[in-house]
Design a protein around this ligand. Structure first.
Ligand code: 26W
Length: 822
């Protein structure tokens, strides 16, 4: 051997090879010759994990001891992490070394990467945002821990049978998870049920305490979150619930030991499964248990670290800045109060000051049906002490409201943490607002609408609490890893620091007019489209033409996101062809990808509609392959990484005022797709950045949407006066799409004709003429590519590094901690 290498930390090819062989032998029990692809995947991952641990342990040794460091704690019920192997190799800057090492050992590196079963621990935007933020926190060297739940079953896998969605259990842990490390010695107990009572302490002071009826154990599992080309490494700590072995009741006066050691199965249920709803609140007891479980585990964990380092309980907020990712962890506000009052024995005022300086809250949705409010009875039965604390918070808060608005009784009932409309509820958004020193929306329009509508009273009460922090995405995963062709092209022309300083993409602007560059840019895109085409062929057997326009809509299936507006356009083109088979049509491949909540009937029917349209169009002789419709099953991060780089047109067509931000919109534009979109969420800011002339805008604005609805909106009038629309709707109900069944899609068309809450018909004429302009523009490939390059060059703002910097400066008040590693 030429030089000694450290088998645990060495980064060159030779060391990596040795490390893989070592793990193959000692972890997988095999020699390279007998190793399966999964053995290799695991050995490679363990080798990589060794290297990450080295960074992670050093980071936290340094950080926890330093009194001046305030750590960020990102509390989220969801982390949609995506595959770890490739991303970690990019972060450590050893992607090529590892590929060579694996290849020289005789294995197919691509297959090794594909072997990974991704942790799908999130539904969509909110969960993926949490993971992008973890990436940026680490890359900016902000000491941080992400806290969440280690669901045994993540978001379901989707299959399509006869055009319908079928849900399959996501057994992601089936073949082992090499990235996590269980830390049973850091387990904590979480209590539920029972009642509260008064007691007097040693000095005769009257206090209250919780006598719970059962207890569950939380075991932390840590996953390293490496920064990009830096030494420091954070981690994600996910909690698994288990039954306790025994329960010491000496700290309580009462209680039934046998009942307390709750049934093993029931305890483990808490972290079993991710609820697959997004944007629809369902008041399930198990979900409240999940929320309290991970909030309590995480707070106990943070408090333990704080006290272990000689911190005082009342200084908790100096050590930790806790971000609440939507209201799912909002119960933390009451839980921290419980810990400070009941366990640390602080007085109310001190405890409340500490709590209010600890939390900040991000709202992710304007949809009223997504707002969490727990039925009071359920809450009381499960968390009696927390309810008591919430009542006290509410009482004191409403006294303050009364002083501020003595005349106004309505504001009192609107701001109350308890809703009393027949039955009573605990309002989680109100709890989050009162307990936080900062509240933010996720795009500029979203923040404005929050302040104008659902949180308007909170603005009157606390005008200084509000911030906008526009979402962002990590360019490491969504360009460097997903789109190596584009990355190389960019680096060749402007150097290799743009993944860290995404505004440097501005330097690409002159290349938008450079024929040579544009040709290479076009070749990258076509190659990405070829790769996607072959995947489509392999997985669903549809042959698509890589030189057609890839017109893509990928996101959760939802009425407000208006996948059906896209379908109306497809059928409009189809009927144009049918009435004139020789009409000039720019070839397009329409690609849909997305999951529907299992209980969301309209969304599932929409999937069936898309597949039915696909069946018809793809096999119609008159169409002659000029349009193709593909519904790709099972959207997840792995698949997403294939699709953004291959898109020409990005569909961002939600009803204005409904999409809080969107982040898929950013992933597309950054990979050189042009957007057709409404003035909604972050689309507005994307359009500002890339230039109005490089964005296909259509549709009513958010205020026009309100106006139209207030003025007796009549979708039937549009239906009767727009001939193309009229023909499309009639066609959907003709039975041609549905084996003669004229009723199958009636719920969709009836919804549009009698009500149309998302204003599809109002926007239809505008959408169609905008799509016609898209097609015209596509004819001029040179112009299209100029626009696409300008999109890439001007997307710097949407790096999640910018978002995290905003949080650091304006909300958390924290600075990078630069770790040096020899
Ligand atoms: C209680 C049920 C439930 C579950 C999840 C309600 C709401 C949610 C999430 C907040 C839904 C979600 O993912 N929202 C999305 O968050 C993204 C990140 O900020 C935004 O970009 C999307 O616009 C928003 O829909």
């Amino acid at each position: 051997k030429m030089k000694m290498c450290n088998i645990r930390t060495g980064l060159d090819k030779a060391c990596l090879k040795e490390a893989i062989i070592d793990h193959l032998f000692y972890k997988q029990g095999c020699e390279p010759e007998g190793a399966s692809i999964n053995d290799v995947y695991l050995a490679v991952s363990y080798a990589l994990r060794d290297r990450l641990l080295h960074h992670g342990l050093k980071t936290f040794d340094a950080v926890l001891e330093d009194e001046d460091i305030r750590l960020v704690s990102y509390l989220s019920a969801e982390f949609l992490m995506g595959p770890q192997l490739g991303a970690n190799l990019i972060d450590l800057n050893i992607f090529d070394e590892m590929r060579q090492a694996v290849t020289e050992l005789g294995f197919d590196f691509k297959l090794v990467l594909e072997q990974e079963e991704e942790p799908g621990l999130g539904n969509g935007g909110l969960g993926r945002l949490a993971s992008c933020y973890m990436d940026s926190l680490a890359s900016l060297e902000i000491p941080a821990i992400g806290y969440g739940i280690r669901y045994e079953f993540g978001i379901f896998d989707q299959e399509i049978k006869d055009g319908w969605q079928v849900e399959i259990t996501d057994k992601w842990l089936r073949y082992g998870n090499p990235w996590e490390i269980a830390r049973p010695e850091s387990s904590v107990n979480v209590y539920f049920g029972g009642y509260t009572e008064q007691y007097s302490n040693e000095i005769g002071k009257v206090l209250r305490r919780w006598v719970p009826s059962y207890v569950v154990k939380g075991i932390p599992y840590d996953t390293s979150e490496m920064g990009y080309k830096v030494a420091s490494c954070n981690f994600l700590r996910l909690w698994k619930s288990e039954a306790i072995e025994s329960f010491d009741f000496s700290s309580f006066n009462h209680g039934d030991y046998y009942k307390a050691v709750m049934d093993k199965i029931e305890s483990e249920n808490i972290s079993k499964i991710l609820y697959p709803n997004d944007e629809l609140y369902v008041g399930k007891q198990l979900r409240l248990k999940q929320q309290y479980f991970f909030s309590s585990c995480s707070l106990q964990d943070m408090m333990r670290m704080h006290l272990e380092n000689q911190g005082k309980p009342q200084d908790f907020h100096k050590k930790w800045a806790i971000q609440l990712n939507d209201t799912h962890p909002a119960i933390s506000v009451a839980e921290l109060m419980r810990i400070l009052l009941d366990e640390c024995k602080l007085d109310w005022k001190t405890a409340w000051e500490t709590t209010q300086q600890t939390f900040s809250y991000t709202n992710h949705t304007l949809l009223p049906e997504a707002l969490e409010k727990w039925p009071l009875d359920l809450f009381k039965a499960l968390l009696p002490r927390l309810l008591e604390i919430i009542y006290e918070i509410n009482y004191r808060f409403l006294e303050e409201v009364k002083r501020r608005f003595p005349e106004d009784n309505n504001i009192l009932s609107r701001l109350s943490l308890i809703e009393e409309t027949g039955s009573s509820y605990v309002r989680m958004a109100n709890l989050a607002c009162v307990g936080s020193y900062a509240i933010n929306g996720v795009a500029s329009l979203h923040t404005e609408l929050l302040k104008k509508n659902i949180l308007n009273d909170w603005v009157s009460m606390y005008p200084d609490k509000f911030y906008n922090i526009t979402n962002g995405i990590t360019p490491r995963r969504f360009v460097v890893l997903s789109n190596p062709g584009l990355s190389k092209l960019i680096t060749k022309n402007i150097g290799d620091t743009w993944p860290q300083y995404l505004n440097e993409l501005k330097k690409l602007e002159p290349f938008a007019y450079d024929a040579n560059f544009k040709e290479q840019f076009r070749q990258v895109k076509i190659e990405n489209k070829r790769i996607l085409s072959s995947v489509i062929k392999d997985r669903i057997g549809i042959v698509v033409n890589p030189s057609s326009m890839f017109d893509v809509q990928v996101k959760r299936i939802h009425e407000y996101k208006r996948q059906h507006l896209n379908v109306l356009h497809i059928l409009t083109l189809y009927l144009r062809i049918k009435s004139n088979p020789d009409i000039e049509i720019q070839p397009r491949t329409f690609i849909f990808w997305g999951k529907a909540a299992p209980g969301y009937f309209m969304a599932k029917l929409l999937i069936k509609l898309i597949n039915s349209v696909g069946n018809l169009v793809n096999n119609d002789f008159d169409v002659r392959d000029r349009i193709k419709v593909v519904f790709f099953p099972d959207f997840n991060v792995k698949n997403a990484q294939l699709i953004y780089p291959a898109a020409d047109l990005s569909e961002q067509i939600s009803t204005s005022g409904k999409e809080a931000s969107g982040t898929g919109n950013m992933k597309f534009a950054l990979n050189g797709a042009l957007t057709i979109g409404t003035l909604d969420g972050a689309n507005i800011e994307i359009r500002e950045e890339v230039g109005y002339e490089n964005f296909f805008l259509f549709g009513l604005t958010a205020s026009q949407v309100i106006e139209v609805k207030q003025n007796n909106y009549d979708p039937r009038f549009i239906y009767e006066n727009n001939m193309e629309l009229n023909a499309v709707i009639k066609f959907i109900n003709s039975g041609i799409l549905s084996n003669g069944d004229r009723n199958l899609f009636k719920p969709i068309t009836d919804n549009l004709l009698y009500g149309d809450p998302y204003l599809l018909l109002a926007d239809y004429p505008l959408y169609i003429s905008c799509q016609d302009i898209v097609a015209e523009t596509w004819k001029d490939k040179d112009k299209w590519n100029t626009m696409a390059v300008l999109n890439v060059a001007r997307m710097g703002k949407f790096s999640s590094d910018r978002s995290i910097n905003d949080y650091c400066e304006n909300i958390w008040k924290v600075k990078p901690f630069k770790l040096k590693i020899e």
